[in-house]
Design a protein around this ligand. Structure first.
Ligand code: AMP
Length: 284
């Protein structure tokens, strides 16, 4: 496994691999790797001749400065994990390498970005699109792997790839959870033991809501989940929306969509966690 810090060094090696006819798979991450990331990497390795993982905490997607400062950075441990699963290249650039000058590009994702994460974190998806497009340009992969945990991000990346005519297969990978159900996240390491115990209620409420769905209206399901979670110490729901899985727009009746998904953001103390659950086609 090799670690690169510059785009030019990475490209030199990748061009050689491509010349020799190898396919390139790519997993963009912000590091502090956990099993969720590793599942993406393993799939990337199994479906491509060559796997590249980027590790870069992208400043332009953080609307909360404190979150950026406190974001865990564990490059050495990450490299060991990636080596153990058979990753070929790590790309771990500096901020200057990715942003030699400020990126002034403004993306337009319309209603896909005006809801949920986009509404709560102004500029977040513009920053995501800036860095992912730069990384796509650097790596030129055949396939790129993203987690369904960031459900809205996946839709934004697909739209960005469409707008910019990237010839890259965007592959969605299922959410990986801790044994008790909590969605794995680099931010989980920042939870105190008490907060960690309370955080599991998020996934529990989502799973429970699936059983609650038959016979209940969309609003009743939303109210039930929100009131359950807000009653847990340390937890404060920022939003819980039930949306159409493609358009990401809220639905008011189950029959309004062929595939409903419930997306949630919850503050656990000062740590912001997201999760989602697929309801599919609900016949009420
Ligand atoms: P991040 O390092 O948080 O930017 O995540 C990098 C990639 O890993 C993104 O595509 C995430 O959606 C994905 N990812 C993070 N956590 C999980 C998880 N628990 N299950 C599946 N994918 C995940």
């Amino acid at each position: 496994m090799k670690i690169f810090q510059t785009i030019s060094a990475l490209q030199l090696e990748l061009q050689q691999q491509k010349k020799e006819g190898r396919t390139i798979g790519f997993v963009p991450t912000m590091g502090a790797l956990h099993n969720g990331h590793l599942q993406l990497v393993k799939r990337c390795i199994s479906e491509n001749d060559f796997a590249v993982v980027s590790i870069f905490v992208n400043p332009t997607q953080f609307n909360d400065k404190n979150d950026l400062i406190k974001y865990p950075r564990t490059l050495e441990a990450d490299a060991k994990l990636l080596e153990s699963v058979g990753c070929h290249f790590i790309f771990a650039p500096t901020e200057d390498e990715m942003y030699p000058e400020p990126d002034a590009r403004k993306f337009e994702f319309g209603t896909l970005e005006s809801v949920m994460e986009g509404a709560c974190r102004p500029g977040h998806f513009n920053g995501v699109a800036q860095i992912v497009s730069k990384l796509f340009d650097a790596v030129c992969p055949d396939k790129a792997y993203f987690g369904e945990k960031d459900f809205q991000q996946l839709a934004i990346i697909r739209e960005m790839a469409r707008q910019l005519n990237y010839n890259i297969d965007i592959i969605a990978c299922p959410i990986v959870r801790e044994e008790d159900g909590l969605a794995m996240s680099s931010r989980n390491t920042r939870l105190t033991p008490d907060q960690r115990k309370n955080a599991v209620e998020i996934s529990k409420a989502l799973f429970k809501s699936r059983n609650f769905v038959p016979g209940k209206s969309v609003q009743q399901v939303i109210d039930e989940v929100v009131s359950q979670l807000n009653a847990v110490p340390d937890l404060r729901v920022e939003y819980f929306d039930i949306v159409d899985a493609r358009s990401l727009q809220s639905i008011s009746r189950w029959e309004d969509t062929a595939e409903a998904v419930g997306c949630i953001a919850v503050f656990c103390g000062e740590i912001r966690l997201i999760d989602n659950i697929l309801y599919g086609k609900v016949c009420s």
